[in-house]
Design a protein around this ligand. Structure first.
Ligand SMILES: [Mn+2]
Length: 385
């Protein structure tokens, strides 16, 4: 069966007066390729979706059969040489139009508007396409990709739920593995081993941040050995059939967590609850962020301690398209509204430089009348003895 979202893309192409949408990539550099083909391909290939008529992919003969078995595009055209790739690409595109208007996966005004996850076509590809199709005009496929990936089908929601279920299993296994003397990377390996065994991959490289490292929100997991009285932040996400999870827990190694740490944990928990309760269709990204930030400000902390946004949409990549759940001053996308069937993360944190940090992150589905929490952190600080 042709991918159910291809007819939606074609409808949009017609409305926008665009002749075709092309995804061209190699080495699995564009996640929208496996999304539409149903399988990850590494050779150079071009997916071509015309505004009317048959979708096709031009792909190396080595990968053609597996794409054909997926059956998500109408036609699989195979090539053997680079010369043949070019010839067949020209043939397919020029049969659609002599002077085609082509949508590509890039974003205009990238630094102002954001949208990094879809800004995947390389400058080299663009130069090659301009040379091949001198009569063509190239426009951004941003709107199409937003429409296709921001909101989820029932099946896609089910896959996200499965990714979340696997992530929670991995989280629990990793926490059970933590003891004084094991390194951050050993804990991360334990989590990722569980994800692999459960049929998933990783949506991003697992973050295990211990002791003072936990004060860096995006700490790069190191060989540091975890010791007694360390705070440990674990931020991980499985990717199951391209759908991601993103979950963060914070734990303490030792019997007696300091009182100020327990207090911070409760504040972050309160901030997470307030932001989660604010979630509903129509609310703007910054309004959700404000609900969390007000709790954190109200307890004497500032943007210096909570240096990132409250959350983000979960897409085909971890930081998906659409509304940013952050301050208006920090992103234009914070003005965008939440819509039903989106999945967002809620992940407030407080970081005390040189000391420790606390971050708690859940994944939440936006429903027609509110929200459904898909993953939930523990209600109190877990202590590992
Ligand atoms: Mn996240």
């Amino acid at each position: 069966m042709v991918h159910p979202k291809i007819p939606i893309a074609q409808q949009m192409l017609r409305e926008m007066g665009i002749d075709l949408w092309m995804i061209v990539c190699s080495e699995a550099s564009d996640v929208h390729s496996p999304y539409l083909l149903g399988v990850t391909c590494y050779s150079r290939h071009a997916i071509i979706i015309p505004s009317t008529g048959k979708s096709s992919v031009i792909i190396h003969q080595m990968e053609g059969p597996m794409v054909e078995r997926q059956g998500t595009v109408d036609e699989v055209v195979t090539y053997r040489s680079t010369r043949e790739f070019v010839d067949k690409l020209k043939e397919v595109v020029l049969s659609i139009s002599e002077k085609p208007k082509i949508a590509l996966n890039f974003v205009e005004n990238l630094y102002e508007e954001g949208g990094d996850p879809i800004n995947t076509i390389t400058y080299g590809d663009v130069l090659a396409l301009q040379k091949l199709f001198p009569g063509a005009t190239f426009v951004s496929a941003k709107e199409i990709l937003e429409k296709l990936t921001l909101t989820k089908s029932a099946e896609e929601i089910r896959l996200h739920e499965k990714a979340i279920e696997i992530t929670l299993k991995a989280m629990k296994a990793a926490i059970e593995f933590i003891k004084s003397g094991v390194s951050e990377c050993e804990v991360a390996a334990e989590a990722e081993y569980v994800m692999r065994k459960e049929g998933a991959g990783t949506a991003f490289s697992t973050i295990v941040a211990s002791g003072p490292n936990s004060a860096d929100p995006h700490h790069e997991t190191s060989e540091r050995k975890i010791g007694r009285d360390d705070v440990v932040i674990l931020d991980m996400g499985a990717k199951y059939k391209l759908m991601a999870a993103d979950i963060t827990w914070t734990v303490f190694v030792g019997k007696n967590p300091p009182k100020d740490l327990e207090k911070i944990y409760r504040i972050v928990l309160d901030a997470k609850r307030e932001a989660t309760n604010a979630l509903r269709p129509g609310i703007k990204g910054w309004e959700v962020d404000k609900a969390a930030r007000d709790v954190i400000y109200g307890n004497g902390f500032s943007d210096e301690h909570f240096s990132h946004g409250t959350g983000h949409p979960l897409g085909l990549v971890v930081h998906g398209l659409g509304p940013a759940l952050t301050k208006k001053e920090w992103s234009k996308r914070a003005e965008l509204e939440l819509v039903p069937t989106m999945i967002v993360t809620i992940e407030p944190g407080i970081y005390i430089r040189g000391k420790y940090g606390v971050r708690l992150e859940d994944d939440v589905l936006i429903t027609e009348d509110g929200r459904r929490i898909l993953s939930k952190t523990p209600d109190s600080l877990l202590t590992i003895t």
